[in-house]
Design a protein around this ligand. Structure first.
Ligand code: AQP
Length: 330
């Protein structure tokens, strides 16, 4: 079976963006692929993190992975920093990757902000570590949200650069699998900005662990416009369009059908139904999450078992890679 790799940073509470854009898709893939799903804590430290919160987010995100339907008996689930080969391969790739390629990465431009000189090297090299994550396991399929497509293209370029440089066909170009229903969930405060777990405003996102009351409040306060009627117009009505997208992604209802369904509804009626939908769909995940979090020892055990399996695959591949490059491989 082909191998799938994907991961989410432990930068805070997982959002419905992470869930609809990534995790929901991963759950389905478990039957058809050898799946490796990681909590990418090394990526998380490309932005400043509180060490205690980072570790807690790792455990809590693992619980959310499992509560969302990822099965540790089917998929390898672990924390990236438990397998040191990720950083080792990232260095090897860094030595084959022209800086010009990294200069084009839009996520770096977004996250570095205005003062790029002050951004750390890790943030700049983030896509190289991401390529290493994927290629360390020979993964060929990478299910990510649309925002990560550029990084997967870079990983493909790195495969080409490495194979050409060492005259081998060792790495295979990975392909990006975007979620069909929820390519990009946008912020509840600004329909042109991605919903993000590290956004300053908690009201910009729905976290998977938000209580029903909080979900109702957040959707009530979600920015909309003064145009009557509920219809999709991404260009002129980004906020309403985003809420429609969220509704469709949770229910599986087609966009056209959703617009017919909400014809004649006021914005507040639409919002009421949307919050009820989100609450209903998150309920089983939240129930399972609560149970899992009562036994953190068991969660740590699952993470360790996952890391052991990942390490075994990575160690073998790393020995082969070091031989190709001419590094010490004893
Ligand atoms: N808003 C989104 N819509 C669809 N997919 C999304 N993803 C994240 N946000 C959305 C998908 O979740 C996976 C992991 O993301 P990540 O946390 O590793 O990095 P990110 O894309 O930078 O996500 P955040 O929430 O915005 O994190 P922070 O705030 O730390 O930067 C990816 O597959 C991503 O596409």
């Amino acid at each position: 079976m082909p191998t799938v790799f994907s991961g989410i940073q432990a930068t805070g509470n997982l959002t419905i963006g992470n869930y609809l854009g990534a995790i929901k898709n991963w759950v389905v893939m478990q039957s058809d692929f050898d799946c490796i799903f990681c909590i990418v804590d090394l990526h998380s430290i490309t932005m400043p993190q509180d060490p205690v919160a980072l570790k807690e987010a790792c455990v809590s995100n693992l619980a959310l992975y499992i509560a969302s339907g990822l099965d540790p008996n089917k998929s390898i689930l672990f924390a990236q920093s438990a397998v040191s080969y990720h950083t080792e391969l990232a260095w090897i790739f860094a030595c084959s990757t022209p800086m010009g390629w990294l200069n084009r990465m839009t996520q770096f431009k977004d996250k570095a902000g205005k003062d790029k000189e002050k951004a750390c090297l890790g943030l700049y090299a983030y896509p190289v570590l991401m390529a290493a994550d994927i290629l360390l396991y020979g993964a060929t399929h990478v299910p990510v949200g649309e925002d990560q497509t550029q990084h997967i293209e870079l990983a493909r370029d790195i495969v080409g650069a490495f194979n050409r440089q060492y005259k081998v066909e060792y790495f295979e170009e990975p392909i990006c699998i975007n979620s069909k229903v929820a390519l990009r969930i946008m912020s509840l405060r600004d329909g042109r900005k991605k919903m993000s777990k590290s956004d300053e405003s908690d009201y910009s996102r729905i976290n998977l662990t938000d209580t029903p009351d909080l979900i109702i409040q957040k959707i009530k306060k979600a920015k909309t416009d003064a145009v009557p009627n509920i219809f999709y117009d991404e260009e002129n009505r980004p906020e309403i369009s985003n809420l429609l997208n969220i509704y469709c992604a949770f229910t599986g209802v087609e966009l056209d059908a959703a617009q017919v369904h909400f014809k004649g509804h006021s914005t507040s009626q639409f919002k009421d139904e949307l919050s009820a939908t989100i609450i209903e769909h998150l309920k089983p995940v939240q129930q399972e999450y609560k149970v899992l979090m009562t036994d953190k020892g068991q969660l740590l055990k699952i993470a360790q078992q996952g890391a052991d399996k990942a390490n075994a695959i990575a160690e073998k591949r790393m020995r082969e890679i070091k031989q190709i490059v001419g590094l010490w491989d004893n």
